[in-house]
Design a protein around this ligand. Sequence first.
Ligand code: ADP
Ligand code: ASP
Ligand code: MG
Length: 401
Amino acid sequence: MLIVKKFGGSSVADPERINNVADRCIEDYKKGHKVVVVLSAMGKTTDALLSKAQTINPNAPKREVDMLLATGEQTSVALMAMAVAAKGVPAISLNAFQVAMHTTSVYGDARFKRIDTERIYNELDSGRMVIITGFQGINRRDDLTTLGRGGSDTTAVALAAALRADACEIYTDVEGVYTADPRIVSKARKIKEITYDEMLELATLGAKVLHNRSVGLAKKYRVQLVVRSSLNREEGTIVKEVTDVEGMLVNGVAVDKNAARIAVLGVKNEPGIAFRIFDELAKHNINVDVILQSIGRDDTKDISFTVDQTQAKDAVACLRENQERLTIKTIKEEKNVAKLSVVGAGMQSNAGVAAKMFEALYDVGVNIRMIATSEIRITVLIDLEDVDVAMRAVHDKFFHD
Ligand code: ADP
Ligand code: ASP
Ligand code: MG
């Protein structure tokens, strides 16, 4: 079997954990499997590197930021290869350049285009365990790129797809995917199996246990994923196309604390204005999520929407540049908001999910600022300070015993 095993930052945070991961990988190697290991940077290394960059230059060129961040994963793979070698098993570490993992050019948000597999196969064939940097790639200028925070999961899935691996295992610091973040909701339950679509919604809406793009790739290339703990042997969660578990109304509750709300006030109440505003944002690669438009009064209306906090500055700048053309009187930006979502394919055929969610929020006195729905999710925008209370209340409403 060819197995891709990915370990996140906390799983390789110190030498003891690196040794623990080495032992687990060696177990599979000794069973005769071909083992490809994908690692994230140790512990909070990526955060530390980012704050160093911020101190030196708050507007650091994005190319140089990626050059810096890529060192985090490179440290992990080198140390891991040393740990494995010390245990008598041949291993080699490779970075994105050495493998040749080709991505688009966008620094900080690159996407895989193609992965060369020759070097990896050669190393595996000569009996080595291959340990590869997560989170990074190279673009057509041969510059290092990164895939966005949490991107190592995506590296693992992309490699599993490119190598046609028999298994792709994501090891982390919790025992699997839960009905809510187990660090916020103590009653959260581990989910045995979840579909790609549901996992994609959960990950996109804030459950960072998997990078959302890794789930999209897994669905596209039919890579079945297992999410489990690197610290114990408990069974994890399987992410796949169809699950045997029927009848779940809601699969999980997710929170995204990285949302920002932007309001454009007093725009002309005429056809084409919304198009012009969102077209301008799209041209600047700004992803908009929840949108709310007020009923027009007099000749004007207000539109508010949410974006990722990392894109808020760019969004406001792009609106300001075009303020006159877009007929905007005032632009407001607010960061102290969060998105709370319930996700589940079961809600397609069940009325009343929204009412139940809103009741849970009413019970704890949390005000809803905006609402958005799709076939399998309901999202509300609330104040950041309410988020933990709201998440527990909503979770307990759907998952009481
Ligand atoms: P890694 O470094 O292994 O990639 P992450 O910190 O990126 O780990 O993701 C794991 C974390 O995701 C957990 O510690 C947990 O707090 C958080 N999390 C959020 N939502 C969920 C969920 N629904 N199920 C499990 N974990 C979740
Ligand atoms: N080290 C990167 C990050 O902290 C990638 C990852 O952990 O997946 O975002
Ligand atoms: Mg992660």
